[in-house]
Design a protein around this ligand. Structure first.
Ligand code: SAM
Length: 276
């Protein structure tokens, strides 16, 4: 029993059917709220702002959960062809029960099958997945490599202090059952790691600062409970192309990004046991 309570797993939480129930809260919202939801968060704001600069229209989402981004993309960004991938069987089942099943795929063998079976995407969207991996940089690199042109991710960063990779010390409890990794990357280290991909020529960083410690049953290193750590929910827009003078352009476009919800939306959200 004690071992179960201490175990931190990057997969157990997503295999549980509660995941599909909790993450389907947007399904109850009308389209215009779904639009507002995605566009007020920095990763959606960056997609909207720079979408004309993206070459190609093949759009893959890694960690699509119950597929609500499909609804946003196919309604408001019709120029993209969407496919969603996830390791969670309950989440993909839920997505395919709502939307055409051809667009959703279970990832059984990591990223290996994706290009072979579905071709290489122009854009990869990966929101709130990297922070939950045991090896977040390996996963981030795989996302960058997968995209022909652009990757858009949301993860967690800290401006000061080293990344704590030990998931026993940096994790989050879900549904009174599962500890999942919750890793907060040092921002400068993250930028250096992205630059190691020689085909990347531009990185746009958009931090929404907030204290990460103490919310949503997170068990995090003590310094992440202080403003001095500079923790943030961070959107990163990564573009490939030729570098000028061998340099990668890094742009900071920070913005506090929580959507302002009305009373009804707040009630729906609350009753949906919202987790992020
Ligand atoms: C916190 S949820 C985020 C869901 C959605 N992207 C969002 O922003 O609401 C993380 C999702 O990533 C999926 N996931 C976790 N590890 C994954 C992996 N290695 N490959 C693909 N999907 C993964 C989980 O099953 C889950 O649906």
């Amino acid at each position: 029993m004690r071992d179960k309570m201490n175990n931190v797993s990057e997969t157990d939480v997503w295999a549980d059917k509660t995941h599909a129930e909790v993450f389907d809260y947007l399904h109850k919202m009308p389209k215009h709220i779904v639009k507002r939801h995605y566009e007020t968060f920095n990763e959606g704001r960056l997609l909207k702002k720079y979408k004309e600069k993206i070459e190609g229209n093949k759009f893959f989402e890694i960690g699509c959960a119950t597929g609500e981004l499909y609804r946003y993309i196919t309604t408001y960004m019709k120029e993209f062809t969407y496919h969603g991938f996830d390791i969670s069987v309950p989440a993909i089942n839920r997505a395919t029960s709502k939307y055409p099943s051809d667009y959703f795929h279970i990832l059984e063998n990591g990223f290996d099958d994706i290009i072979e079976k579905h071709g290489q995407p122009d854009v990869v969207w990966c929101r709130d997945v990297i922070l939950h991996q045991d090896k977040p940089y390996k996963f981030l690199n795989n996302v960058i490599k997968l995209a022909k042109n652009t990757s858009i991710v949301r993860l967690r960063t800290r401006d000061s202090g080293e990344t704590v990779f030990d998931t026993d010390l940096s994790c989050q409890l879900h549904w009174d059952k599962y500890w999942a990794p919750y890793i907060v990357l040092n921002i400068d280290e993250m930028i250096s790691k992205i630059k190691e991909n020689k085909d990347v020529n531009k990185i746009i960083i958009s931090r929404s600062y907030e204290i990460l410690g103490g919310h949503n049953y997170r068990f995090l290193p003590k310094e992440l409970y202080f403003t001095s750590a500079g923790t943030a929910e961070t959107a990163v827009f990564i573009q490939k192309g030729d570098r000028v003078d061998g340099e990668v352009v890094v742009v900071y476009d920070d913005n506090q990004d929580r959507p302002k919800l009305g009373i009804i939306e707040r009630v729906i959200r609350k009753t949906s046991l919202f987790f992020m």
